[in-house]
Design a protein around this ligand. Structure first.
Ligand SMILES: [Zn+2]
Length: 172
């Protein structure tokens, strides 16, 4: 865990470098061979930015976060929308979403969450063909940093460190 003397509030510092990140998903058409959520299942956790893997679904960092700790609960299967999920997938997506909230509270002192689905490209989904539920931690002071300011880049090491913190804390 963090060695920051401020303890769990360390993310105040960790997420500062990308306060001005943008809010969009990475738009594009992905078939099953180029799908980032399918590829993430074929590589190791750090490479795929995977936080946790379960039987029917998994948790991965969003490379284009609204906030530090913005994670995605994805089905293992390459299916597009919520109504295509089978009962096992629906149950596990729900369980992983709940565990994501608990873990984000522990690791980052999240005070609230935005949880939701963009279903279809017209609704803002970037990877429209592979189901993913957004879990975005929120803090009372973060609203100032939400507006879109383009042109900055996500620092990969920052997301990687966040992934480590979440992964270490996930099952505790
Ligand atoms: Zn896929």
């Amino acid at each position: 865990m963090s060695t920051d003397p401020r303890g769990p509030h360390a993310w105040d510092r960790l997420w500062a470098p990308h306060r001005k990140e943008y809010l969009v998903e990475e738009a594009g058409n992905y078939d099953i061979d180029s799908c980032p959520f399918c590829i993430a299942q074929t590589v190791d956790d750090p490479t795929g930015l995977v936080v946790f893997r379960a039987a029917h679904a998994f948790v991965v960092m969003n490379k284009y976060p609204y906030n530090s700790g913005h994670i995605l609960v994805c089905t293992n299967r390459h299916v597009a929308t919520f109504d295509e999920l089978n009962p096992d997938e629906m149950r596990e997506v729900g369980e992983l979403t709940a565990q994501a909230m608990r873990t984000l509270r522990v690791v980052s002192n999240a005070q609230g969450f935005n949880i939701g689905l963009n279903q279809g490209s017209v609704a803002g989904a970037g990877v429209a063909d592979h189901f993913h539920q957004h879990v975005v931690p929120r803090w009372s002071h973060d609203i100032n940093f939400m507006p879109i300011v383009g042109g900055t880049k996500v620092l990969p090491e920052l997301i990687e460190r966040t992934r480590e913190l979440l992964s270490e804390s996930w099952s505790k």
